[in-house]
Design a protein around this ligand. Structure first.
Ligand code: KIV
Length: 291
């Protein structure tokens, strides 16, 4: 690679090869500035449909559209150079049939240049995952708590507590891996279950509220920065409390605007010289008498 060559993005295939090694670092990103800040530190950026709740204030992710996902992914792609960028397929864009899923995925990939897509679902989605993978689409699976099934689940409860439920999640994980997914997100499950799935699968598992035994971890970036506005789930660790810092900065700005301390000389552009003032005739009588 020459010095000026564009750095290549980490590929889904490279992510798969990280199975069992140094844990894979993943975070969500929805905007160019956030992607820029995260890019050097993560292997994978997920444009999660959680953006509906985090950015748009929705109560669930069900109202997120394909257009919203495309717009935010384009921003994340502009802000990042290195990370593998994966797009969450929103509710309604892939469940109907493998063909509809492919049509929507083709649009997402053509319009964003992303590295692949994520699909929520288990056994019932395996044929769709296989259909996409056979047509050249890297797919990340997502089992355990599936936020798009919030209405059926009656909230966001921990998954896999009962033996039958745990067995069903193992079956989901195995079906999605067998369908050719390159990684599998496991969300909000009891720890031994995620550990067992990680041991069984040949592809990396990415935990969110799952287990330190997973091959990688993902969290919602706004949650770890204290910017998501609501009380985060128990599995979130706060690495910063940026909410109060933001609040203090905005309070200081509002105060300075109201008291005319902002903008000051330093923040005014192109202080005019005497000739410019004479030619434009912009000197007010008050300025003249003061000068
Ligand atoms: O939508 C999202 O952000 C996600 C991750 C948290 C896994 O699905």
């Amino acid at each position: 690679m020459t010095e000026n060559a564009k750095p290549r993005r980490i590929t889904p295939r490279q992510i798969t090869a990280l199975k069992g090694g140094t844990p894979i670092v993943c975070l969500t990103a929805y905007s160019a500035p956030m992607a820029r800040a995260l890019d050097r530190h993560v292997d994978l950026l997920l444009v999660g449909d959680s953006l509906g709740m985090v950015l748009y204030g929705m109560e669930t992710t069900l109202g997120v559209s394909l257009d919203m996902m495309i717009n935010h992914t384009q921003a994340v792609m502009r802000g990042s150079k290195r990370a593998c960028v994966i797009v969450d397929l929103p509710f309604g864009s892939f469940q109907e049939s493998p063909e509809v899923a492919f049509r929507n995925v083709a649009r997402v990939m053509a319009e964003t240049g992303c590295s692949g897509v994520k699909i929520e679902g288990g056994v019932e989605m395996a044929p769709t995952v296989a259909f996409l993978v056979e047509r050249g689409v890297p797919v990340q699976g997502h089992v355990g708590l599936k936020p798009q099934s919030v209405k059926a689940m009656g909230g966001f409860p921990v998954q896999g507590k009962e033996a039958d439920a745990a067995k069903a999640i193992i079956a989901d994980a195995e079906a999605i891996a067998a369908a050719g997914a390159f990684t599998l997100v496991i969300e909000n499950t009891v720890e031994p279950l995620a550990r067992a799935i990680t041991a069984r699968l040949a592809i990396p598992t990415i935990g969110i509220g799952a287990s330190p035994a997973c091959d990688g971890q993902i969290l919602v970036t706004e949650d770890i920065l204290g910017l998501s506005g609501s009380t985060p789930p128990r599995f979130v660790k706060r690495y910063a409390e940026l909410g109060p810092i933001l609040e203090a900065a905005v309070r200081a700005y509002a105060d300075e605007v109201k008291t005319r301390r902002f903008p000051d000389r330093e923040h005014c552009v192109g202080a005019p010289d005497a000739e410019w003032l004479r030619r434009t005739n912009l000197v007010s009588p008050r300025d003249r008498s003061a000068g």
